[in-house]
Design a protein around this ligand. Sequence first.
Ligand SMILES: [Zn+2]
Length: 475
Amino acid sequence: MDAAENRSTQSRPRSAMAQPAVDPSGQHRLVDLIVAGGIVVTMDPQRRVIGEGAVAIQAGRIVAVGPRGEVEAAYIGTERIDAAGRALIPGLINGHAHLPMTLFRGLADDEDLDDWLQHTIFPAEAMNVDEAFVRSGTRLGLAELIRGGVTTVCDMYYFEHAVAEELAAAGLRGLLGQVLIDFPSPDCADHTAAMAAIERFVSHWQGHPLITPAIAPHAPYTVGDGHLIEARAFADQHRCPFVIHLAETRHELEESLRLKGARPVEHLAALGVLGERMVAAHVVWAELHELDLLRDHGVGVVHNPQSNMKLASGVAPLPAMLTRDLAVGLGTDGSASNNDLSLWEEIDTAAKLHKLITADPKVVSAQEAFELATIRGARALHLEGAIGSLEVGKRADLVVIDLEAINQIPLSSIYSALVYATKASDVRTVLVEGRVLLRDRQLLTLDEPAIEAEALAYRHRIIERLGIGHSATGS
Ligand SMILES: [Zn+2]
């Protein structure tokens, strides 16, 4: 579905939606589910935090958010989830990932991006990546995402139709990009085949309630100018998002200046490729005038602090992005480079990294860091009409967080607890589109023992094919 359509159809007022039935007493409207009790962190335009609140859900959408007494006086749920003493938050949004690469976790650490890509990742992909690998790695990543309270992920990889099928089956929401790259890839021999695969992928998934398909040119240094322009035209024609890595490393910047005579963002602007369908990951090497270009073109940006730190790529100018009110979210990047999919760590790191770099502890407040993972992250994916906050009419993507773990007590401020003290392991229950995917820490839509066994089997095969001898003990 087109981003603009998403906004118009998914944020329509309640009066335009199917009204819940009324119970026999006439006192309550019947809904599918009520999540009640606990601190409700809405992330709505007023940033309301309701001390003891409730959310009513009908047909996958939120029909009421408010104080528990008011919601329970008006609605009765077929099902009820007790969130007393816990926090109820919008589902987290992981704005940049490569889920199948979860099977490459820990394969090569502590290297430059270029060495890492050329000497380990590209060969490992050439030797291992097929559709079965993609499905297995995606399920592994999905289990970690759901356990960590992520309800929407923006992914880009090969065989993305298989990623989409696995997401839809597990019940997670995704903005998913089939990759375009100027060399033979595991699923496409050449550019013509790649564009045909993207066309099939986008046409098949458009309109799905959970999946927003996209075209995903890998990066300006792996996709030529003509193909970038073609990708932009495809996105316009099909009204689909355009996902890309942009201005990630100093090397990319230097090569862009040498070969194109312009910085990466300037170059894409000159090509006419920037636009409001674009989701750009990283944007580390951008100057202030380039941030203005991104904002003026409506580009969504995804900050990946831990991946950028681990690969020593640099520090994205997040405070300047926030000053300009750019649509910026947070991502983990792939597990081969991070090495986990915990958005909680990214929230915590985003808040701290920029304080250190600017020597100003007031930069990126806890609330702003939490916004990156929720409502601002939704803007970065151009999905703010549907997700990112607990508001009437939005999709029922929400997460119940325990607040009584030893790492969280005693509770002072809710944003402080969520940003600086909460871990993925504190996630108790996860709903997407009103469907419970994790209940009291039990995964309901994925077979975790089977996922674990497959991951181990793939690990043996990957190190055998690469001819590297490292083992789990580090020898
Ligand atoms: Zn990436």
